[in-house]
Write a protein that binds this ligand. Structure first.
Ligand code: PMV
Length: 342
């Protein structure tokens, strides 16, 4: 059936300066690390946002920094690429904690590529997903297109799992990852930052060498089984089974060395009021994701706070990165801190 694409599937339209873009954060429920090796992943865009405003300028700047390639690895990569961004004064503001494994870099690259695409006359969403991945991967050197796809698509997504129509496929020239939508059961999730910044590239490399050991294929097979069961449990809205599987995924992540004592302390703190919880993102620092028992969301936030973490009650962000009317309050107001992803 051919119909009007939903907002989430719509192409980036052409636009003129100034351009404002809003990009959601993301949270991985099952399959981080294993997805780098082609295994399934389940993730969601969450309703914490980065806003980026691009205004005309004679040179590229970010939040007033006139040589942003020096401090921001994604702009550095973009400047070194065959098609550097045009001279723009970029301003960002973000509610996504940085270095927390919640997609601040994916939101930044997706917002940047969206602004650029709009100024170049528009772009389809599959092509935007590929461009955002190319930029993030180019800067990080490792990784899968899960994060950037979630930020571009919005909603709840699988990578390399399930049947049904493909939303798009993203490639690095060697591997191909297939992205599909999953219906959102509209649950409240809780993410909590440990305060320990994580280093995705370093952790992905460490876990990859662990997975290159003789028992690596068996471990990857266990990651696959948990993620596929997680997708089924979420589709059938079986909260307790999703919770149990979050715990199983955490055991595997622990086994490959992706946990951290601060993450374990947060997981222990939230256990009594949650169906289940696990680290989310690269780990070795960063954040956890928890599914609170119905009605016990506030208690879970208190538990996180008492354990020294920063809690965010989140829901699925239904729309991926998109153009917005210029929020007047952002223009001329300095951003809250250093550039995202720095
Ligand atoms: O950068 P983070 O912390 O959001 O982690 C990304 C998830 C990994 O699977 C570890 C890497 C990847 O690119 O998929």
């Amino acid at each position: 059936m051919i119909g009007r694409p939903s907002e989430a599937e719509e192409a980036v339209p052409a636009a003129q300066l100034p351009v404002s873009v809003r990009a959601p954060a993301k949270c991985i429920l099952f399959g981080e690390h294993a997805v780098v090796h082609g295994q399934p992943e389940l993730l969601l865009a969450i309703d914490l946002y980065t806003l980026l405003v691009a205004q005309g300028s004679t040179r590229l700047s970010l939040n007033g920094e006139e040589d942003p390639g020096r401090t921001n690895p994604y702009l550095r990569r973009a400047l070194e690429s065959g098609s550097p961004p045009p001279p723009l004064a970029l301003t960002t503001t973000s509610r996504i904690p940085r270095g927390a494994g919640l997609g601040s870099s994916a939101a930044f690259v997706a917002a940047l590529e969206t602004a650029r695409a709009a100024l170049e006359g528009g772009l389809s969403r599959p092509a935007l997903a590929q461009r955002a991945f190319d930029l993030e991967r180019g800067a990080q050197g490792v990784g899968s297109p899960g994060d950037t796809s979630a930020v571009v698509a919005g909603g709840l997504l699988t990578v390399n799992a399930g049947a049904g129509p493909e939303l798009w496929a993203v490639t690095d020239g060697t591997q191909r990852w297939v992205v599909r939508r999953v219906p959102d059961p509209a649950w409240s999730w809780l993410v909590a930052y440990s305060g320990v910044p994580r280093d995705t590239a370093r952790t992905v490399r460490a876990v990859s060498s662990r997975l290159a050991a003789p028992d690596g294929p068996r471990l990857l097979e266990r990651f696959r089984a948990v993620a596929e069961a997680g997708v089924d449990a979420l589709r059938s809205e079986n909260r307790s089974e999703v919770g149990r599987l979050l715990g199983q995924n955490q055991e595997l992540l622990r086994e490959v060395g992706a946990s951290h004592p601060r993450l374990e302390a947060l997981l222990e703190a939230v256990a009594p009021s949650c169906e289940g919880a696990k680290l989310t993102g690269a780990g070795a620092g960063g954040s956890i994701v928890a599914l609170p028992l119905p009605g016990r969301e506030l208690e879970t936030i208190r538990r996180v706070t008492r354990a020294g973490g920063s809690a965010y009650a989140v829901r699925v962000a239904p729309r991926g990165v998109h153009l917005v009317d210029r929020p007047a309050s952002m223009v001329g107001i300095p951003s809250e801190g250093p550039p995202p992803g720095a």
